[in-house]
Design a protein around this ligand. Structure first.
Ligand SMILES: NC(=O)c1ccc[n+]([C@@H]2O[C@H](COP(=O)([O-])OP(=O)(O)OC[C@H]3O[C@@H](n4cnc5c(N)ncnc54)[C@H](OP(=O)(O)O)[C@@H]3O)[C@@H](O)[C@H]2O)c1
Length: 251
């Protein structure tokens, strides 16, 4: 992906990693459109970053998604990059009699179907553009699950697999397919406490490392992995899987 001169739609652009990427890419002379449900945040961010645009989008709503392609064709026909980054994370106690799969359903709707639907809506536009790129945010928990978040981790494992097939199918079109696989980063993904958790990487540090990897095209196999990620990503290949699983899932 070139790092400047793109028109980029970022889902989950109202906070955390999506918002950080939006700001960094806006500063590098890209036309950035942030998407999310919270209109007040879309307004605040775009007011503070003249030239950035906001698009209200609920990935759980088929109506909201059905207008997306038309809206993009009408207002941003030059769109060449999709960052499908929006996601939710919730813990689930599978041993509880109260567990009823409703949280799992919400996660699957947003993290899996949300990504597939937004890709389906915009791929016909992207296929026609030069320098087209799709970036999807997974997680390093796709590789080694944190058992308190079973469906969340499985949703990211689904995307990790699905992206390999998408990349292969699009190899001759060509649309570049990149997987952004963050480690634990200071955002409010699991609640306010995460944004100041000292075990998580500060958001600006993570964003600047990601931008550097994009600038230098340092993403072998299409995986954008910051240094912090690599331990877990290659644990199985290096014979460290059981130890790595036990480290985050103590008995
Ligand atoms: N932070 C981490 O430690 C970490 C690690 C690995 C992976 N990730 C992944 O990184 C991505 C971004 O998460 P984050 O950490 O930046 O958390 P975040 O600040 O909570 O961001 C999540 C974003 O997703 C959007 N979103 C959620 N549900 C949506 C829906 N139904 N429709 C449209 N937008 C929706 C939210 O916007 P609205 O509320 O405005 O709709 C928000 O902008 C997620 O995919 C997450 O799984 C994060």
């Amino acid at each position: 992906m070139k790092i400047t001169g793109n028109t980029i739609l970022i889902t989950g652009g109202t906070s955390g990693i999506g918002r950080g990427l939006a700001q960094a890419l806006h500063e590098r002379d890209n036309r950035v459109i942030i998407a999310g449900r919270r209109q007040n945040l879309l307004d605040d961010i775009t007011t503070n970053h003249p030239g950035m645009a906001g698009l209200q989008l609920d990935l759980g709503s088929p109506t909201s998604l059905s207008h997306l392609a038309d809206e993009v064709e009408a207002h941003y026909p030059e769109l060449n990059v999709l960052v499908a980054n929006a996601g939710i994370s919730r813990s689930e106690d599978l041993t509880s009699d109260e567990w009823d799969a409703s949280i799992a359903q919400a996660i699957i709707e947003t993290n899996i179907l949300g990504v597939l639907r937004v890709t389906a809506a915009l791929l016909p536009i992207l296929k026609k553009r030069p320098d087209a790129t799709i970036i999807v945010t997974t997680s390093n928990l796709a590789i080694i699950p944190l058992s308190a978040y079973p469906t969340y981790c499985a949703s990211k494992a689904f995307l990790h697999s699905w992206l390999q097939s998408l990349r292969h199918q699009l190899r001759d079109i060509p649309v570049e397919v990149l997987e952004l696989s963050p480690p634990y980063v200071q955002t409010e993904l699991t609640g306010e406490q995460q944004a100041s958790d000292p075990r998580a990487i500060p958001l600006p540090v993570y964003i600047s490392e990601v931008i550097h990897l994009l600038e230098t095209h340092d993403h072998p196999r299409g995986e954008i992995l910051v240094a912090h990620d690599r331990q877990r990503r290659f644990a199985e290949q290096e014979g460290r899987y059981d130890a790595a699983f036990a480290a985050i899932n103590p008995t």
